[in-house]
Design a protein around this ligand. Sequence first.
Ligand code: PA5
Length: 440
Amino acid sequence: MKVNLNYKNVLKFISEEQIIANEQETLKAKDILLSKKGAGNDFLGWINYPLNYDKEEFAKIKKAAKQIREDSDVLVVIGIGGSYLGAKAIIESLSRYFKNDDDLEVLFVGNNLSATYIKELLEYLNKKDFSINVISKSGTTTEPAIAFRLFKNLLVEKYGIHASKRIYATTDKEKGALRMLASSEGYETFIVPDDIGGRYSWLTAVGLLPVCASGIDIDELMKGARMACEECQNTNYLQNAALLYASIRNLLVKKGKSIEVLVSYEPKLTYLSEWWKQLYGESEGKDHKGLFPTSLIYSTDLHSMGQYIQDGQRLMFETVLNIITPAKDITLQKEVNNLDGLNYLDGFNLDGVAKKAMQGTILAHVDGGVPNLVLEIEKLDESTLGYLLYFFMFACGVSGYMLGVNPFNQPGVEDYKKNMFALLGKPGFEELRKKLLERL
Ligand code: PA5
């Protein structure tokens, strides 16, 4: 498979025999997922989506992305949770750290309520040509809805009657306030399929329009996802990295582990980790179960959180995402006076140093009582990333069913929303408002 799982460094904590013996339980969960017999089975549209996606919508995405690149300096993407994290993760993973002047900038808003962030972005856009992609499956989520109102007004101030030509709405095919607004104002629209939840939706227009507008090859991304779809579903247990990952995570839960730390040595993967955290946190964190997913970027975080990982409470295991070949590298060279004492690294590539840091850290953390898994990919490109994202979703579905939860709902997200509506005085929440005010 295009993702390889190295589990050698969990074998001090669970045995090879336990992993082998977990096959039936893992295959049972896989069967529940693929036969669509489990809880949440009306949200499994993503499973074969890389094989049967809507080709017309795909072509429409490419056309809209081209238009955006032609007439805008900035694409403002408005959405929260699953409606922005996939796109942000893919764009950050595959783009240059330092942009060229003529690159389209993709900026995200509507995922926080920082008045300062929003005001500063409005000011920044005053001097730019921009378009908006507003993304909300329900069409009613407060944070993006407020942001859309504000940024739409700026667009109207700048472009008058032509503003609606610069708005692309990704939402439900018929329901919700955003769908009504789009129909009444004549925005170009893209559909979030009914049977695909937010955190599984990056391979629909939700992720693909911003990603394609940023210049990333979405054909290659889908090609990778398609390959993962075929391999994750059809490879035998002991050769199947997705099934083994799901299986071992659940064995570690039974061993008392409650935290999984996703580790990377590539800061470009920071938002991939954020997407992964939502995927696993929202899929498994229910009924008082589930590993708490967190993430660290090394070496940076070895100098802040390294102490805790080495020697704090023994709650966690690490999953290291290792890119075998970096996109770029630098060779270190000898200097005549060697005043910094680094000449012993003569001929080392910088990535070679990073790999030694990784190996040394893995061994130290294992010695400190932290089981370690390594997920290896050959390189970071479109098809590998498409593969990896699908791989994580498939493993998550299997892992959630092994844990005994519904991996496709998120009832807990609603509670804060109700309280916020009540405290803001939204009609229909008067009783709750009274109760909450007594507690504040
Ligand atoms: O995964 C999820 O379901 C959530 O993160 C949603 O994507 C998020 O709450 C945004 O919802 P909506 O797209 O309906 O605005």
